[in-house]
Design a protein around this ligand. Structure first.
Ligand SMILES: Nc1ncnc2c1ncn2[C@@H]1O[C@H](COP(=O)(O)OP(=O)(O)OP(=O)(O)O)[C@@H](O)[C@H]1O
Ligand SMILES: [Mg+2]
Length: 508
């Protein structure tokens, strides 16, 4: 006798369809699972057998073979347990319903409970896209799947409950669809509390408007961390597709909040500087997305940048260019998305006061050099916008006046993003920072004066080829904030001014 039940597998952030095929034949009682499963899949046999017994169900006294197809793709974890149980119940005649339009995902415990697994969201999205009508998951995972429209989600607590559902004894109602709640941004922080810093605030506004990487450099207590923490309050809202995209990463990481299964505001991740390489980039023995992927479509804020391990920082170079990171493990290659805005803050030297107008720097030249060289040229080159954050005057700090609120800045950011959304509507690009090399000439068109100006600045500052395109992209954003079709000389000037820190601090 033969039965086939649908399930899913997960490779990194990507779900794939798995067919759980089961054959029962006469012979000595045996239970084999084949199809490139890892240890957790092999242990499935014991879990499934015990779960059946604990649920008062008979395990067939026969030769039972399970094949997890496609047999050439590695499967990891316990997420096919539930499909094996469903196949057993179907093959033994306990379930008579047609299961061909249903997908089963979940781990079973020895006691017959159905336990949650990571990555239910991408698997639900895949199942819906492939035309399945129903998906059966653990009761604890149902809220996570409920953000996907167009597929019935059944949250099941135990094997017994699932059987009673199919027998019509106690039908389970499909889980209610999740209705998008309002955004919660900034946790009460606002730019109106940051005194002065008009140039830096403008730099942050441009960074948010075009999705550009930003580096702030300045003495202690000048407000760098304060400014960065307010970044989420001016970021543009997410589209539904972007929300689903981010939530998929969090689903795979097992970090979905039950009360808010859909992530509706851009992530802001600020890992401590002693973070390990796998925690930043992803990986580990059971691969999970790292901080860089948890910041997908949001901000990765690295405060006190030179304090990070140098090799950890260097590992950011490739994903910053490619917008994805691939981690190789024995179980295969795992690719996680990471379209991020990198925001970083640092002091100019170990004592912090080099270049300060208020205090004398006490560092030797060697110490200064050692400190600053922790940020390599290639990494520095990836910061599209580099700004100095100087100390604020007493008068400004003591004025008691509120500055421009975040909402007003965010409105301008959103207007600039609308222009970009229109420009990139049939492409995979979402903002100016993502303009690909083949589109630069077409999208970043300069006036003749702007071209001339950029030419002389390029030579004078000794800019790299990467800096050339990055300056152009920032200039494109600045032009967008002024609703200007062409990049003018003033836009180029402004963008070039954001690339001058290396001459002051990184050159001898
Ligand atoms: N421009 C400002 N407006 C209002 N308050 C400020 C400003 N700059 C600094 N402060 C006050 O100083 C505190 C310290 O600022 P912050 O932590 O942002 O400094 P920092 O530049 O990150 O310093 P460090 O280099 O030591 O990390 C803030 O929490 C705030 O109370
Ligand atoms: Mg700080």
């Amino acid at each position: 006798m033969f039965k086939k039940v649908n399930s899913c597998g997960l490779m990194g952030i990507n779900a794939f369809h798995v067919e759980t095929e089961m054959e029962i034949s006469k012979g000595l009682p045996d239970f084999t699972i084949i199809g490139l499963g890892d240890a957790a899949v092999r242990e499935s046999r014991d879990r499934v057998k015990s779960a059946m017994r604990s649920s008062g169900l008979r395990f067939p006294e026969a030769k039972v073979t399970v094949n997890l197809a496609p047999a050439d793709v590695k499967k990891s974890g316990s997420l096919t347990d539930l499909s094996i149980i469903a196949a057993l119940l179907a093959i033994t005649g306990e379930i008579t319903a047609d299961l061909s339009d249903s997908v089963f995902i979940g781990e079973v415990s020895l006691g017959g409970d159905i336990k949650s697994v990571s990555g239910v969201l991408p698997m639900t999205i895949l199942s819906k896209r492939e035309g399945y009508k129903n998906i059966y998951v653990s009761d604890e995972n149902a809220f996570e799947a409920s953000v996907v429209d167009g597929i019935n989600i059944y949250g099941v607590k135990t094997v017994r409950d699932m059987l009673d559902h199919f027998k019509g004894i106690a039908p389970i109602k499909p889980h209610e669809k999740y209705v998008n709640s309002s955004e919660n941004i900034g946790n009460g922080l606002d730019f109106e509390d940051v005194k002065g810093h008009s140039v830096v605030k403008k730099a942050l506004e441009f960074a948010a408007a075009g999705g550009h990487n930003l580096l702030m450099l300045g003495p202690p207590g000048s407000g760098k961390s304060m400014l960065a923490k307010r970044m989420p309050t001016i970021l543009p809202p997410l589209t539904f597709d972007e929300s689903i995209d981010i939530t998929g990463v969090y689903s795979v990481a097992g970090l979905i909040d039950r009360a808010h299964p859909l992530i509706t505001s851009r992530p802001f991740r600020s890992p401590h500087h002693n973070i390990s390489l796998p925690a930043l980039t992803g990986g580990g023995s059971v691969p999970k997305p790292g901080e860089i992927s948890l910041a997908h479509r949001g901000v990765l804020f690295l405060d006190e940048l030179p304090e990070f391990n140098r090799s950890t920082l260097e590992a950011l170079r490739q994903p910053l260019e490619d917008h994805e990171i691939t981690v190789s493990r024995t179980g295969g290659k795992f690719t996680y998305p990471c379209t991020i805005m990198l925001v970083a803050a640092m002091n100019p030297c170990p004592c912090g006061y080099f270049g300060s107008t208020k205090k004398q720097c006490s560092c030797t030249d060697t110490k200064k050099k050692q400190y600053i060289s922790k940020i390599s040229g290639p990494l520095l080159d990836r910061f599209d916008i580099q700004v100095e954050v100087a100390e604020v005057d007493y008068e400004k700090l003591a004025s008691g006046r509120k500055e421009e609120p975040s909402e007003a800045i965010r409105e301008r950011v959103c207007r600039a993003r609308e222009i970009q959304n229109e420009r990139y509507k049939n492409t995979s690009i979402s903002c100016n920072a993502e303009i690909t090399d083949n589109l630069i000439d077409e999208i970043c068109v300069m006036t003749p004066e702007a071209k001339e100006q950029f030419g002389s600045a390029f030579e004078a500052l000794g800019l790299s080829g990467r800096a050339f395109s990055r300056v152009l992209k920032v200039a494109r954003t600045i032009a967008d904030t002024e609703n200007s079709k062409l990049i003018e000389k003033k836009h180029i000037n402004r963008a070039v001014n954001f690339r001058t820190l290396d001459r002051k601090y990184w050159s001898n």
